[in-house]
Design a protein. Structure first.
Length: 133
């Protein structure tokens, strides 16, 4: 609670929540992680340009991580949330796309698994091309 009392902006509160969510996941508590992520989603939404910065990508990545680890009901809700937020991002990362693929496979959603795998493959090809230069 001290962490949140020190937070004075929505950015600070969202950042702190994301860190705590990560701790919940490290402690194999995906349901608690999901509750915390949901509780502070409104702080993220109030951050101007959240979808253009690492904080937004961290929230989305964490949502997919929760979907890959949580019980079925929460996993599906977390996946849908992360997918929606992912669509709002200005850019993604190979890591997020890979996590999204893994979560979709775990949940048996072949369409999303193919969608995210294709995007991950394209991102990997882009990275490979950059590394050739």
């Amino acid at each position: 609670s001290e962490i949140f009392n020190a937070a004075t902006t929505d950015w600070d509160r969202a950042f702190n929540a994301c860190r705590i969510v990560e701790l919940f996941l490290e402690d194999s508590r995906p349901e608690d992680a999901w509750r915390m992520l949901q509780q502070y989603d409104d702080c993220l939404q109030r951050v101007d340009g959240w979808n253009q910065v690492g904080l937004g990508r961290s929230f989305v990545e964490t949502g997919f991580r929760i979907a890959a680890k949580a019980t079925s009901e929460i996993a599906h809700v977390a996946f849908d949330w992360a997918h929606l937020r992912h669509e709002q991002l200005k850019s993604s990362s190979f890591k997020i796309l890979t996590l999204a693929t893994e979560a979709a496979v775990r949940l048996g959603n072949e369409n999303y698994a193919q969608h995210y795998q294709a995007a991950a493959d394209a991102e990997q090809a882009r990275i490979d091309e950059l590394l050739k230069k």
